[in-house]
Design a binder for this molecule. Structure first.
Ligand code: ATP
Ligand code: MG
Length: 372
């Protein structure tokens, strides 16, 4: 059981104006699975390499159980890293690959044989000891890489996007395997991903990193239900944003006033946000507005509608059956349940609000001031 503490951890690379990792403070609890989440280039791998000892921080500190480890050699830290592109030794058998760390530590042949067998059972690959890596599928190779990391009983397991080379089905299986192994072995695990859903499915807590800086450290629910900023809400799939003025219980916008008891600000210039699944089409009563359906997509399990309310575009996800009941161009009533609304501060300039919604088609939405 090992706590990992990052204090003002910073890495600057020569020739690069901004730090790649910028004063990150993070307290990672012992025995938990923590995700480092952020877009490409935000500094995730750099952070992991510093924890593993493969890269020296420019400044700041890393502690395992309160003791600084930055001057300790990588192999003596007790942290092992599994890379995105598995990196098995191609000319060694699976047994030799998995037992590599034990050989380096001088463990006896008999014990090694036994532990390799146990590890391959654990990652559900029994009996494959004598195969070569190229005789295994990508998913199997990734399991071998996991076995090779776990066999040395690490204090800290660092997984750097280990699933990104796998297809969707294998990825689900591997997520379950990692979750189960982590739960059983209770190894402090840090998991890098750029996929917010993967982070939510796998981790106890998520550290969101943007441009080298830690934005927030919290549970998956916090990010989806109570994001701290428009930028964070966007990263977690938020697409509906309506600017307005908030008095602590009601937000007045260009398309109407909405009762909004939940907020991250007490009052002032705000932004109403509501998740597409929470927008009720044909919802009557308070907190509703009229809008014109612009387009829709039928996706089998759900339908997605784009609806213009004044100059604001709203996305609503509904029961797929609604597709046969609502025509494009039709006026509909939309209801925003007060308990589903979340009011955020209006983004200040340079806050990265121009980042846009995640890729995936026509997700462009209402502009927020400062969003140009
Ligand atoms: N050895 C290096 N020399 C110079 N710059 C580097 C070096 N390693 C990383 N960087 C820069 O530091 C920043 C962070 O890189 P890093 O690999 O940590 O990103 P990442 O979050 O892991 O991205 P991805 O999701 O694409 O793997 C990038 O701008 C990258 O170009
Ligand atoms: Mg990376």
């Amino acid at each position: 059981m090992t706590n990992v503490t990052l204090s003002k951890l910073t890495k600057e690379f020569e020739g690069k104006a901004d730090p790649s990792v910028d004063h990150i403070d993070l307290e990672i609890e012992s025995g938990k699975l923590t995700a480092l989440l952020g877009p490409s280039g935000c500094g995730k791998t750099t952070t992991m390499r510093m924890i593993a000892g493969l890269l020296r921080p420019t400044s700041g500190d890393i502690k395992f159980d309160g003791k600084s480890i930055v001057s300790i050699a990588p192999e003596r830290r007790g942290a092992v890293m599994v890379f995105q592109n598995y990196l098995l030794f191609p000319y060694m058998t699976i047994r030799e690959n998995v037992s590599f760390g034990l050989k380096m530590r001088g463990v006896s042949k008999t014990e090694t044989r036994q532990r390799v067998g146990e590890m391959l059972d654990l990652v559900q690959l029994p009996g494959l000891e004598d195969r070569m890596p190229k005789q295994l599928s990508g998913g199997q190779q990734q399991r071998v890489a996991l076995a090779r990391a776990l066999i040395v009983k690490p204090k800290v397991l660092l997984l750097d996007e280990p699933l990104s080379n796998l297809d969707a089905h294998l990825r689900d299986e591997m997520r379950e395997l990692i979750r189960r192994l982590q739960g059983e072995l209770k190894i402090t695990t840090i998991f890098v991903t750029h996929d917010q859903e993967e982070a939510a499915v796998l981790s106890d807590k998520i550290a969101l990193i943007l441009r080298g800086s830690l934005q927030h450290f919290g549970t998956p629910e916090e990010y989806f239900e109570r994001p701290g900023s428009v930028e964070i809400a966007r990263f977690f799939g938020g697409v509906n944003f309506i600017p307005g003025t908030y008095d602590g219980s009601v937000i007045a916008t260009s398309v109407g006033k909405f009762s909004a008891p939940r907020s991250s600000i007490t009052s002032g210039e705000g932004v109403l946000t509501i998740r597409p699944e929470a927008v009720e089409i044909s919802g009557e009563g308070g907190n509703s507005v009229q809008g014109r359906v612009v387009s829709h997509v039928y996706a089998g399990r759900y339908a997605r509608f784009l609806i213009d309310v004044g100059n604001i575009r709203i996305e609503a996800v509904s029961d797929p059956k609604r597709v046969s009941q609502i025509a494009d161009g039709e006026m509909v009533s939309l209801r925003f349940d007060p308990n589903e609304i979340w009011v955020l501060a209006q983004p200040t300039e340079g806050n990265g609000v121009d980042r846009g919604a995640p890729e995936g088609g026509n997700r462009s939405v209402a502009s927020v001031p400062g969003d140009e």
